[in-house]
Design a protein around this ligand. Structure first.
Ligand code: GLP
Length: 242
């Protein structure tokens, strides 16, 4: 596990894009996965700009989404699939070769979508670059506190912390979202490179605990201590307690 501290959010986002670009140059047919949330916005902006200026060729690359809320779909602002579409897929002038996105509003088809995501990752995988954020409770995707580390794509109840934080994605409105769907820790740990992005003072404590504390499923991100090729890419604020 390596910890890289950049001076600010912009520098962190550029560095993340450099790492993703390098992986795509090494294997132009590779599978990549980016998270939703606020943290990757800068990286996605930089990624799209490099695609549109010809620096990155996405046309052989496959993309798989990390996680989403059960109950809302791509048409709903605040869903991760809406985020991926608006921040990444729509502004890219040249598309990925293939992609997998959830539609959390298709409740009856959730189990089927989880199987499809797992099959997509098995078909094109392992994931060459898995970019992750970290939740305030240390979750990765929606692998919440107490998660079984052996799980692959699965559906899960959301923790109290995640429910409290979620309204920031919906303009302050509280939606009755109680479940998530997510890649599992098994798929994350099989990825060739994991880049954990964290920015801001509010993440400093959980980052400190995940990196320096015991490996426990009570703090899911601590499992990354055991990943053979994981980079914690932080801005100075998020690294403040290290
Ligand atoms: C969200 C998502 C994760 C995300 C994390 C951090 O709930 N489930 O995929 O990485 O929590 O989000 P943010 O970057 O907004 O802090």
């Amino acid at each position: 596990m390596r910890v890289v501290v950049e001076k600010d959010y912009e520098a962190m986002s550029r560095c993340a894009t450099d790492l993703v670009q390098k992986a795509i140059e090494k294997d132009p047919q590779c599978l990549v996965s980016f998270p939703g949330g606020d943290t990757p916005v800068g990286m996605l902006r930089e990624f799209v700009s490099r695609v549109n200026s010809g620096m990155i060729d996405p046309t052989g690359v496959k993309f798989v989404q990390l996680d989403d809320w059960v109950g809302i779909g791509p048409q709903d602002e605040g869903s991760c699939s809406h985020f991926v579409n608006t921040q990444l897929l729509t502004p890219m002038h040249r598309p990925f070769a293939d992609k997998f996105l959830f539609d959390g509003s298709r409740i009856a088809a959730i189990d089927c979508q989880l199987k499809e995501q797992d099959a997509f990752i098995r078909r094109y995988g392992p994931i060459a670059v898995e970019v992750l954020g970290i939740g305030m409770n240390g979750h990765l995707g929606f692998n919440e506190n107490g998660v079984d580390f052996s799980l692959r794509s699965h559906r899960t109840p959301l923790s109290a912390v995640t429910k409290a934080v979620q309204k920031k994605y919906f303009g302050g409105r509280e939606l009755p979202l109680a479940e998530g769907i997510t890649q599992g820790i098994a798929q994350i740990m099989e990825s060739e490179l994991v880049i954990l992005l964290a920015s801001g003072v509010q993440k400093a404590e959980i980052v400190f605990k995940a990196i320096t504390g015991p490996v426990t499923n009570e703090l899911p991100a601590s499992i990354l201590q055991k990943h053979p090729n994981c980079i914690w890419l932080l801005d100075q604020d998020a690294a403040g307690l290290l």
